[in-house]
Unconditional design. Sequence first.
Length: 135
Amino acid sequence: MTQLTSEDEMQCWVRWKEKRDPEAGDMLAKKYMPLVSFHVQRISVGLPKNVNREELRSLGMMGLFNALERFDPSRDLKFDTYASFRIRGTILDGLRKEDWLPRSSREKTKKIEGAIEKLEQEKMRAVTPEEVAEA
């Protein structure tokens, strides 16, 4: 994270909230960018390889900017915590929006894939569609 002392960070928050100072906003965004990378890595682990990490990063940055816009530093809450929910939520919302398959179909697909994997491990060979249907 960018090296800002807690005093510098508080001054940035004041300038950002009171005057929407772009320089202060840039400094805060740079400080918390690693949070976006962290969540992109965590979420991308469970996704297919065809999902572009740069798209996830873009969605995460939108979440970070949204968090900067809406955060209230006077409340007793750390920005890291607040921003994490916003970043993660924006990424997941973006993934849901791009997924053309309904959730129920996605769950059925996962069950079928799980059954195929289990049968292949048991039989130590590729299984036929009939064996999968029977299972």
